[in-house]
Ligand binder design. Structure first.
Ligand SMILES: [Fe+2]
Length: 198
């Protein structure tokens, strides 16, 4: 059976608790039960060693535990910071419809557990996005349903609906293949996503 580092297990435990506290949509609750149920079984380790991108310079500000009064969010960030040196941050590939011109160097994503992640598996995707101030992330979609947990200011959009700001601790559900996007205001956007593709 595959084994898992204590740093990774701590993040998964903290993410389960933070999502439990903050995700209210019944579709999210059902999806998260599947996701964290699957994560009870470790998968084979994926890529480790850590690769940062320029936007990661914003991480100390975006993921400062002192910013979080909520205990579940503070624990999530604290455990994340211990794991982060092992993560591989990547740019989103492919087309970038409606992205702002500074998007390429103004964002980074890291998969914690999921395809290409620290734990390489295909039943779930759990990871984070960091978006620099003023940057708009492209419209995108994917087959797995998704629940966001937002740890900063910043706005989100589904389809051609209005932009909305979940706020710190805000959570929302994306149905399969719905078009969605996000944009940072004058501070970095830091958000977690959990997708079920099992
Ligand atoms: Fe997404």
């Amino acid at each position: 059976m595959a084994t898992r580092s204590s740093e990774l297990q701590d993040v998964l435990d903290a993410a389960r608790e933070a999502y439990r506290v903050h995700a209210r949509d019944p579709r999210s609750v059902a999806s998260l039960a599947r996701i964290f149920g699957a994560l009870d079984s470790p998968a084979e380790p994926g890529r480790t060693g850590g690769t940062r991108l320029p936007v990661c310079d914003l991480l100390p500000a975006a993921a400062d535990p002192a910013r979080f009064a909520d205990p579940s969010l503070r624990r999530l960030v604290e455990t994340f910071l211990r794991l982060e040196p092992a993560l591989t941050w990547r740019r989103r590939g492919g087309e970038a419809p409606n992205a702002s011109p500074d998007f390429v160097d103004g964002h980074a994503n890291a998969v914690i557990a999921g395809p290409g992640g620290l734990e390489n598996r295909h039943d779930v995707w759990l990871g984070v996005s960091l978006v620099a101030p003023g940057v708009r992330y492209p419209d995108h979609h994917h087959a797995p349903e998704e629940t966001y947990l937002v740890l900063s200011r910043g706005a989100f959009r589904q389809g051609d609906g209005p932009w909305f700001e979940p706020g710190i601790g805000g959570s929302f559900h994306n149905t399969p293949d719905i078009l969605h996007a996000m944009r940072a205001d004058d501070e970095p956007l830091f958000a977690w996503w959990a997708l079920w593709s099992g």
